[in-house]
Design a protein around this ligand. Structure first.
Ligand code: NAD
Length: 248
């Protein structure tokens, strides 16, 4: 028996990086896993295969979390296929970094739509099932940048700070029906998202982190298992930093 036995978990943006680790960890803990990414490509199929090989009930869906209609259809389809919707992990996210002086309207809109509107789209779709079940756990992947800000990431920081306000509001709104909502604020996690940075910049970041290294996607996934499971049954409306004590 795993910590998530009998539960259905939906993870957005799971073909790569942190989302992929979340899908695999949840599968290892006994959950059935429905996951999304933008395209039904080799990354998506290989994750589906890996989960099925572990004996996990799993399905990958091509769905754009920033699209309202697609998100509603996706969650309805998952509910039909998996019967329940117990844990929603809003993980899909992008960066379009630029100093404000050079940031285009398109860079602003894209990041807000993919990182923040997606959380509204998916939570709105999933809550109706959770309310009916009178149980559920919504986990939103924010960032330490949403708490402390970061030069060159005003769009990203705003989207991640927005997620925190949304999380705390949803926790208050849905708490009476036993639906919990928490956010995770990762620090510097080594994935494709951070691979765009030069080794020099990466080393500089690591020096500033008290644990002297970046985190792994698995170290975030373990916290998702905690929030998704009954281990955290009295925890809601919280933001947990997974950042090696990095200053924000
Ligand atoms: P990643 O780029 O490795 O993976 C993100 C995945 O999301 C990709 O597979 C991508 O195709 C998918 N995606 C993008 N737009 C999507 C959309 N509209 N609909 C569905 N899927 C979409 O990134 P990651 O590092 O694994 O980041 C995952 C989450 O963690 C993001 O929300 C990110 O902001 C957050 N985060 C990452 C770090 C870090 O250091 N890596 C730090 C803090 C927070």
């Amino acid at each position: 028996m795993g910590l998530l036995s009998g539960k259905t978990v939906i993870v957005t943006g799971a073909s790569r990086g942190i989302g992929r680790a979340i899908a695999l960890y949840c599968g290892d803990e006994g959950a059935s896993v429905a996951f999304t990414d933008l395209k039904a490509d080799d990354f998506l199929f290989s994750l589906e295969k890996e989960l099925l090989a572990k004996g996990v009930k799993a399905k990958g869906y091509a769905s754009d979390a920033s699209n309202y209609e697609q998100s509603q259809l996706l969650v309805d389809e998952v509910a039909k296929e998996f019967q329940t919707v117990d844990v929603l992990v809003n993980n899909a996210g992008i960066t379009r970094d630029a100093l404000l002086m050079r940031m285009s309207e398109e860079q602003w809109d894209m990041v807000i739509n993919v990182n923040l509107k997606s959380v509204f789209n998916m939570t709105k779709a999933a809550q109706k099932y959770m309310l009916k079940q009178r149980s559920g756990s919504i986990i939103n992947i924010s960032s330490v940048v949403g708490v402390g800000g970061n030069a060159g990431q005003a769009n990203y920081a705003a989207s991640k700070a927005g997620i925190i306000g949304f999380t705390k509001s949803v926790a208050k709104e849905l708490g009476s029906r036993n639906v919990r909502c928490n956010a995770i604020a990762p620090g510097f996690i080594v994935t494709d998202m951070t691979k765009t940075l030069s080794q020099e910049v990466i080393d500089e970041w690591f020096q500033k982190i008290p644990l002297k290294r970046g985190g792994t996607p698995e170290e975030v996934a373990k916290v998702v298992v905690f929030f998704g499971s009954d281990l955290s049954s009295y925890i809601s409306g919280q933001v947990l930093h997974v950042c090696g004590a990095m200053q924000t």
